[in-house]
Design a protein around this ligand. Structure first.
Ligand SMILES: Cc1cc2nc3c(=O)[nH]c(=O)nc-3n(C[C@H](O)[C@H](O)[C@H](O)COP(=O)(O)O)c2cc1C
Length: 311
């Protein structure tokens, strides 16, 4: 008997072909080697690395994380070994995996640092895509690039001239209109947008009368932010044409599906990795089952396919 083909989970994001739409979110999966042995890394749709900068960074003062209702606050402050050590020490492991590798980059002071990083990464064939972290809330800056449509447009236009690699722009929820920023990214030549980065937040120890984080405030992630993230994906989906990578509080298959129905082409799993490192693979199996049970052949049949609420 000929076996019926299973549902097709593959998706395309610019030049990037993913065998399934499940990635791990930047900063929650290190450089993947840390998770080796805990799950079969080759089964992931793609890996997004911890954000790297030109120079090494020690990150912010501890404590850098604290629990909040249905979520967590972090203020890691982009601790990373810098591009040279990343290429020398971290990339060889990632290269061997044979799955798409997305490198997240950020600038510290000058947006021109994005150009230097992109030019270097452009020359490395094993790198599939570059994610532009223009939305980190933990850098003690007055304003992020992703909080200004003109600055977003200018940066991505400049980067577009420097690399043919797939460019993914990571957006901040800490804005008045995320869809306006997404549109600026699209018009400047970004291949996709990823949303959302963490929501700015603060938590206080009332007994000590101190903030719970060493840098006072941080970024909120986890299930608490999911409804905000889903709404933002839906808003952006209705404004732009390039693919959306959705994230924010994805904990299981059902929460991943919310993002696809809201218009995401792929999803990233973040905070949930700290609870169950294998959760992304469970979600891949869960999506296969949902599609097989519903007779859904291709993911494109559910992306953005929300129906009117009749009750
Ligand atoms: C501890 C921690 C570190 C993070 N570091 C980064 C980072 O380096 N670069 C980045 O773009 N996002 C970073 N993020 C944000 C996540 O990639 C993701 O956008 C956010 O946490 C929302 O998804 P989640 O609710 O599934 O965690 C970090 C999040 C956490 C919790």
């Amino acid at each position: 008997m000929v076996k019926k083909p299973g549902p097709d989970l593959s998706v395309k994001i610019g030049s990037l072909h993913l065998k399934n739409p499940v990635m791990v979110a930047s900063g929650t999966f290190g450089y993947a080697e840390e998770f080796n042995g805990l799950l079969d890394l080759k089964k992931l749709g793609a890996i997004v690395t911890k954000t790297i900068t030109i120079k090494p960074r020690q990150g912010n003062l501890p404590p850098r994380t604290c629990e909040t209702p249905s979520g967590m606050l972090n203020s890691i402050g982009l601790e990373n070994p810098g591009i040279d050590k990343f290429i020398g020490d971290k990339l060889p492991f990632l290269k061997k995996l044979g799955i798409p590798i997305i490198i997240s980059i950020a600038s510290e002071d000058d947006p021109g640092e994005f150009c230097i990083l992109a030019e270097r990464l452009d020359k490395i064939s094993a790198i599939s895509a570059i994610e532009l972290n223009i939305s980190c809330p933990n850098l003690q800056k007055n304003k992020l690039i992703s909080q200004d449509a003109r600055e977003t447009f200018a940066l991505i236009s400049a980067l577009r001239k420097l690399t043919r690699k797939c460019l993914i722009t990571k957006l901040s929820p800490n804005v008045t209109s995320i869809s306006d920023i997404a549109l600026a990214a699209q018009e400047a030549g970004s291949d996709a947008v990823a949303l959302i980065n963490t929501l700015a937040g603060m938590s206080i120890d009332v007994h000590k009368r101190t903030p719970k984080l060493g840098s006072w405030s941080g970024g909120l992630s986890g299930p608490a932010i999911r409804p905000v993230a889903v709404k933002m994906v839906w808003d952006v989906y209705n404004k732009i044409k390039i693919p959306i990578i959705g994230m924010g509080g994805i904990m299981d298959t059902e929460s991943a599906l919310e993002f696809f129905l809201a218009g995401a082409t792929a999803i990233s799993v973040g905070t949930a990795n700290f609870i169950n490192p294998g959760i992304s693979l469970d979600i891949i199996s869960g999506l296969e089952k949902y599609m097989a049970d519903g007779g859904i052949q291709s993911l494109s049949n559910i992306i953005g396919k929300l129906k009117e609420c009749k009750d």
